[in-house]
Design a protein around this ligand. Sequence first.
Ligand SMILES: [Zn+2]
Length: 185
Amino acid sequence: MPKRLVKVTTASEFGASVGSQDFVLHQWLPSSPATEPDIRHTIDAIFNDLQYIDTGDRGFVAAFLDGITEPLRQLQESFGLQLVVGTTRGKMKLPPVEWKPEPEEIAWERAYYIVAPDPAFFRADDGPIHKLGTSCRDAFVLATDPRDDVPRKVWGSLEDIFLAFEGTPPWCPKCRADAPELLLA
Ligand SMILES: [Zn+2]
């Protein structure tokens, strides 16, 4: 299965993504001083309680999902943003303790949530331009890079890209093959 970031449009879709050991939230927000505080409030309303979720507690999960229904709708309809999620699996090394001097490795799943323009195109440095949500592996790796200082540039429309590259954007061939609107672009 190719790794993919999948769009989350409803609370129940969000519910299906819950259950990893931890999560990372990336915010690729358009720089608009007018709406940015409102956008941040909306994102907080979705993610503030996620760290406390105990998926075994059905009542808590149901209340949480009720609570994010409206902010999730706002994010998409009022601000034109999308939320995508993908998971990575790896091992986490537990520090040695007195009664277990050999460090122990346990399986670890991490969820990556990204709030981004819809659509979102992005690149690192002068690399190829990817589209968020395709099956491109490089795009997944770049989008979920947990470091804060990744030099990632994001565009929210094809028009912006054409303006920036004067009509010949350096598309990633994999993303282009995966997104019909880029084949024509
Ligand atoms: Zn790509």
